[in-house]
Design a protein around this ligand. Structure first.
Ligand code: XIL
Length: 364
């Protein structure tokens, strides 16, 4: 990790409009989540919206002070990134990448192959198979090469399993049933140093879906497909959290395949308005999950899907629900934040595997 005292990057912006790319002038307090997590070899991250990053100085402060990893929430998805076939709109991703670098944060690239948020021109157009094949390959290579050496980890494939089989999607049609192998190979070619992940939801604990993912990935590994990690999204709701023991068992089986695990999109939603009691219950779920992660041999990142509740995707996606993150609408830390901090300060008695945890290889 580079020095905490690096000078601010030069900014041409007038003082009233701070340059969103610049280093936050805020020494990282030893009791921030990022400092505490680093002592355990854990990255603590947040999905970042370019809109909030541009508009909200308080958001930038919290992000740089508390987190040492960033996922681009939408900027690298096909739809926002490729308004037309011949045009890449890299401005938003560049902004986030510059901010992360200025503030010593590691980046997760999200995502190269996902059935959702595809541009209209892609789904409408009837591409021939050869054309589609070339297009997807070119997409992966253009995007990954642009950020080579800067984006350390990629969710190469997102949500490809449905129930217990391969989901019907543009990519399945374009590339055929073995397309995961193909796209992981392309990604590895594009950036041989990047850590390549498969990411999915409702596969946090042992269940039919995580069994299917496990079987698929095991088969890919046996065939020499370059895949280094599994992302457990962990979009949870207050009333049905997964059992900690089952999540631990799930992480262990992926670790036993030689794979790293990241918790990639954690949030814990509840009915609005949030009550004190529900916020305390939420804090317990966050605490349980970080304990599981700390205790695993290779659970090396915990990323929340947003920074403050103000910009969370939850109220848009789930009617009447929200308050899912660590900071409230005003950027104030919630009980869940304190629970993570206390757990990092005073972790439960560690198992042998945790004691041996190596510093993750992501930091240069
Ligand atoms: C969500 C974003 O947060 C929203 O802003 C967007 O409108 C839809 O996508 N699983 C994923 C993420 O892998 O990419 C999704 O992000 C949330 C569910």
């Amino acid at each position: 990790m580079s020095s905490e005292n690096t000078p601010a990057s030069a900014s041409a912006a007038p003082p009233s409009i701070p340059n969103p790319k610049s280093k936050i002038q805020n020494p990282k307090s030893p009791s921030s989540l990022r400092s505490l997590a680093a002592q355990h070899g854990l990255h603590i991250g947040a999905a970042v919206s370019e809109h909030a990053l541009r508009e909200d100085p308080a958001y930038r402060e919290i992000l740089a002070r508390e987190f040492n990893m960033i996922t681009c929430e939408n900027a690298l998805k096909w739809g926002p990134l490729r308004p037309t076939r011949d045009q890449f709109a890299f401005e938003n991703a560049d902004l986030i990448v510059d901010f992360a670098e200025a503030n010593d944060m590691v980046l997760r690239g999200h995502t190269l192959v996902w059935h959702n948020m595809l541009p209209a021109w892609l789904s409408e157009q009837r591409l021939g198979n050869d054309d589609a094949h070339d297009l997807v390959r070119e997409h992966i290579q253009t995007v990954m090469r642009r950020y080579r050496g800067r984006i350390a980890v990629w969710d190469v494939v997102n949500e490809a399993i449905e129930d217990d089989g391969i989901r019907d999607s543009f990519f399945l049609h374009a590339l055929g049933p073995d397309y995961l192998a193909t796209v992981f190979h392309w990604a590895h070619e594009a950036d041989p140093d990047a850590r390549l992940f498969y990411n999915d939801y409702e596969a946090d604990a042992i269940n039919a879906k995580s069994d299917a993912i496990y079987a698929l990935i095991k088969d890919l590994l046996q065939r020499g497909v370059p895949i280094h990690g599994v992302g457990l999204q962990m979009h949870l709701c207050l009333w049905a959290p997964p059992k900690a023991k089952s999540v631990a068992k799930n992480i262990r089986r992926f670790n036993d395949l030689g794979l790293e695990v990241h918790i990639t999109e954690m949030d814990v939603r509840m009915k609005e308005p949030a009550t004190e009691e529900n916020l305390r219950a939420q804090a317990r779920i966050y605490r349980d999950m970080i304990e599981v992660c700390l205790d695993a041999a290779q659970c090396t990142a915990l990323v929340t899907w947003g920074v403050t509740d103000r910009y969370s995707w939850v109220p848009d996606a789930f009617q009447g629900e929200g308050a899912a993150l660590l900071f409230d609408n005003d950027g104030l830390p919630k009980p869940a934040y304190h629970a993570l901090r206390e757990t990092l300060e005073n972790p439960p008695k560690k198992s042998k595997t945790t004691a041996k945890r190596p510093w993750p290889r992501l930091f240069k």
